[in-house]
Ligand binder design. Structure first.
Ligand code: PRT
Ligand code: ZN
Length: 297
């Protein structure tokens, strides 16, 4: 057992996940003093440090207990977990973080009139995710030659080194630029907080618990807002019916106006102009929507 008393989180050193991961940790109240080589950042307030590495190294660092946690794409975590399952490297997705969204998909030439995965039989498919692809092909019962490439997968069909590809897709622009079409989705991905299957039993476990609570607050309020309005008592039912689904209203009396109430509702998601206009038509006045800064359930 590792005897560190500070929690260590691995994040991507430089890439798509770096800024959003740092931003998220900051909103959880974690601040870091950056070391000169920028590989290790010492946590200033809480006993939590950062290791800045290539995203592909993150699951391995957790499996070796060099780090306790990591912020990494589900695609990278899933490929690692599947490839290393036999060795007992069990990692856990503690939380989905809502950024870095993409999907791991099969893409075939646009010229192919695609009707189903059986058409891939006998093809060469290029990918950086050979284990996830193999699993999917086995589920489909198709025999295919998997060509493993470290990068630039999307140009393999044009170079003649593969017929189709299995790669990450976000907007689809890269596929279109390479005359490919997305035909099957193997995995919906986003950045996740990954860690060992069982949390550390020492102080780091307590810190993990605290971090998860703060993360839940941050994730929940990222999509939350507070709606305030004034309503005549006799319009209250109609107004409550117009509130967004799941809104939790609280009522306050208004001094000197016995037939009026003040309503406050925590809403998950945006409150649209259209919705506000409907609520106003139901009788509300003095309506405003404010963002939520911090939340602790
Ligand atoms: O240096 P290091 O190894 O750390 O970085 P990297 O180059 O391997 O990773 P990076 O920064 O490109 O991606 C990190 C993670 O971001 C991935 O593991 C995914 O979880 C997530 N992510 C989200 C993406 C994309 N969206 C994405 N669009 N990762 C890669 N892409 C690439 C994709 O491979 C393809 O080439 O972007 C292209 C497709 O994008 P669209 O918008 O044209 O469809
Ligand atoms: Zn990488």
């Amino acid at each position: 057992m590792n005897s560190r008393d500070r929690l260590r989180i691995a994040i991507q050193k430089s890439g798509r996940l770096t800024e959003p991961a740092l931003g998220l940790l900051k909103r959880c109240g974690l601040t870091f003093r950056q070391s000169r080589d920028k590989l290790f950042c010492f946590g200033e307030g809480e006993p939590v440090d950062l290791l800045l590495v290539r995203d592909d190294d993150i699951p391995g660092l957790i499996a070796q207990s060099v780090c306790d946690l990591g912020i990494v794409g589900r695609n990278v975590l899933a490929e690692f977990s599947l490839a290393r399952a036999a060795e007992g490297a069990h990692l856990r997705e503690w939380r989905a973080l809502g950024f870095g969204r993409c999907r791991l998909s099969i893409a075939v030439p646009q010229t192919l009139d695609y009707c189903g995965s059986w058409q891939l039989a006998g093809q060469r498919i290029a990918t950086s995710y050979p284990t996830l692809l193999r699993q999917w092909l086995d589920e489909q019962g198709i025999a295919v030659e998997v060509v493993t490439l470290a990068g630039s997968v999307e140009i393999a069909p044009r170079l003649g080194t593969a017929d189709s590809i299995c790669d990450l897709v976000q907007s689809g622009a890269t596929l279109a630029a390479n005359q490919l079409q997305e035909v099957d989705v193997l995995l919906e991905s986003e950045a996740v907080l990954a860690g060992a299957e069982t949390p550390p039993t020492d102080e780091r476990g307590d810190m993990l618990e605290l971090l998860l609570k703060r993360l839940d607050g941050v994730i929940q309020l990222r999509e939350s807002c507070l709606l305030w309005l004034q309503t005549p008592k006799d319009a209250l039912d109609a107004i409550i019916r117009k509130l967004p689904d799941g809104a939790q209203p609280t009522l306050f009396p208004l001094a000197g106006q016995p037939d009026q109430l003040m309503l406050q509702a925590l809403c998950s998601g945006e409150v649209s102009w259209r919705r506000m206009e409907e609520i106003k038509r139901a009788g509300a006045s003095g309506m405003f929507v404010v963002p939520v800064e911090k939340m602790l359930a």
